[in-house]
Design a binder for this molecule. Structure first.
Ligand SMILES: Cc1cc2nc3c(=O)[nH]c(=O)nc-3n(C[C@H](O)[C@H](O)[C@H](O)COP(=O)(O)OP(=O)(O)OC[C@H]3O[C@@H](n4cnc5c(N)ncnc54)[C@H](O)[C@@H]3O)c2cc1C
Length: 428
């Protein structure tokens, strides 16, 4: 084997790719990670702008999800704290206490007593049910079967948006949505230093175990060779050879990398998209308002710096506003920014006076795939798409999305590569 031959090449240095790298590195696999951006992290990176730590929109790590145990197993320390469950629900210009906690239910004027009892029963049922049993239903169908009360239906859609970032209840699979509702009910952590602190620890873990990481390396064609190996071309003329590839880029781009004859079903995946406004202020005009969601419109607002250190000195206020996009929506960047700023104005009147810096991302992919009813049949028990080519990323799990899917599929793909290489080694 040549110098330029690797047991595994990982394409993409986001959360999925770095989890794969850390797992492969620990197992002593000769591993190369290629990332097209100037630095690793993908959508889990944190940009430092004027000393303020901006995740790419609001990022909350689910305490009871799939990612936390995998990160801990890999030695990643997660510091930060859990925001209080509650806040406000906005219905036009009216606001109500969110009935997302026992006190919230008692205090909220959104629901009458009969509705409150029904709502508590539905939350209890969701906590206990088996999400897989609802794989034939969309979330909209689940909601229609669950309740006829319009306000409770709206609450379920709001909670659904919060945990999945999806604003397409008529399309998203109920089983994935319910799995994320169960995870969401366990609470979240806002991470100190932003999600970059997770990325940095995974990166260091991989490098310590001799994984080579190359940034500014945009992978172009992937060619399967007759001897069962793969050839990878980057901008550099020297091709790279490997026994296994873990692909973590967008699902829609994979066919293109494999050549014209390849038509993978992942081309059809619709991403989940949103508009995010990341804001740093010297102080909040209204310090009482720390969290709000729209129930009549698809908005989110949360002050993350109340629970995590998100600036160099830890003195600034970092908050995120988000609008969940419907897949059929056409997006006008200026209009999106205006809508996000207006939503913030309702909650924090005069916020512009205290601004340190802000950033608007009008149309960002939150998840590579909007999970649909029946698309789970595209995933088999193995993450291999072709012999020696494995998929990982937030789109590559039948049952989960977001960081849960990214971390779980990154680990799974790496374990399959290790297993294959060990079997070949023992056979020789
Ligand atoms: C606004 C927003 C809010 C979010 N909030 C949450 C949240 O609260 N909780 C949560 O769990 N998740 C959240 N997420 C989702 C989470 O950030 C992602 O699910 C996760 O970071 C995806 O990791 P990944 O490795 O699958 O993909 P990515 O992070 O996209 O990584 C893929 C990497 O591959 C690289 N790449 C692509 N093509 C190539 C190529 N040809 N050659 C080389 N490199 C390539 C890309 O540059 C990228 O770095 C949020 C995302 C957004 C955008």
């Amino acid at each position: 084997m040549t110098q330029n031959h690797w047991d595994a090449v990982i394409i993409g240095g986001g959360l999925a790719g770095l989890v794969s790298a850390a797992v492969l590195g620990k197992a002593g696999m000769k591993t190369l990670l290629l990332e097209k951006a100037k630095s690793a992290g993908g959508r889990a990176k944190t940009d430092i702008i004027s000393g303020q730590y901006f995740n790419i929109g609001p990022h909350a790590l689910y305490k009871n999800g799939k990612a936390v145990p995998i990160l801990k197993e890999l030695g990643v320390e997660i510091n930060g704290s859990a925001p209080k469950i509650g806040g406000l629900l906005m219905d036009g210009n009216e606001s109500f206490t969110a009935p997302f906690s026992p006190t919230g239910v008692l205090q909220s004027k959104l629901l009458n007593w009969k509705e409150k009892i029904e709502w508590i029963g539905i939350l209890r049922r969701i906590q206990k049910l088996k999400p897989g049993q609802f794989s034939k239903l969309t979330f909209q169908q689940f909601v229609d079967e669950t309740t006829q009360a319009p306000k409770i239906q709206k609450l379920l859609f709001t909670l659904g948006r919060l945990v999945s970032y999806s604003h397409a209840p008529e399309q998203i699979s109920a089983s994935v949505m319910l799995a994320h509702m169960q995870i969401g009910m366990g609470g979240v952590i806002y991470v100190d230093g932003g999600w970059q602190s997770i990325i940095d620890q995974l990166y260091n873990q991989a490098v310590t175990n001799h994984v080579q990481i190359q940034t500014s390396a945009n992978v172009k064609p992937l060619t399967a060779l007759d001897n069962g190996q793969w050839q990878i071309t980057v901008s550099n003329p020297e091709p790279i050879y490997c026994s296994n590839i873990i692909y973590t880029g967008p699902p829609q781009a994979l066919s293109g990398l494999l050549g014209e004859s390849s038509q993978l079903p992942f081309n059809q995946f619709e991403p989940i998209k949103a508009a995010a406004l990341d804001v740093a202020l010297t102080r909040l005009p209204n310090p009482e308002n720390l969290f709000a969601m729209g129930i009549d419109a698809p908005y989110y607002y949360s002050v993350h710096s109340n629970y995590a250190r998100l600036s160099k000195k830890g003195e600034s206020t970092i908050l995120h506003v988000l609008k969940y996009h419907h897949p059929n929506e056409s997006i006008d960047a200026t209009e999106e920014k205006r809508k996000l700023e207006n939503f913030l104005e309702v909650l924090q009147p005069g916020w512009q006076k205290y601004i340190i810096t802000k950033r608007c991302l009008p149309q960002i992919t939150v998840n590579g795939r909007l999970p649909m009813v029946n698309d789970t049949s595209l995933f088999t028990r193995s993450s291999a798409i072709l012999p020696g080519l494995y998929a990982a990323g937030d789109w590559a799990s039948p049952s989960f999305i977001l960081s849960e899917a990214a971390a779980e599929s990154g680990k799974q793909a790496a374990l399959e590569v290790i297993d294959k290489e060990m079997r070949i080694k023992h056979a020789n």
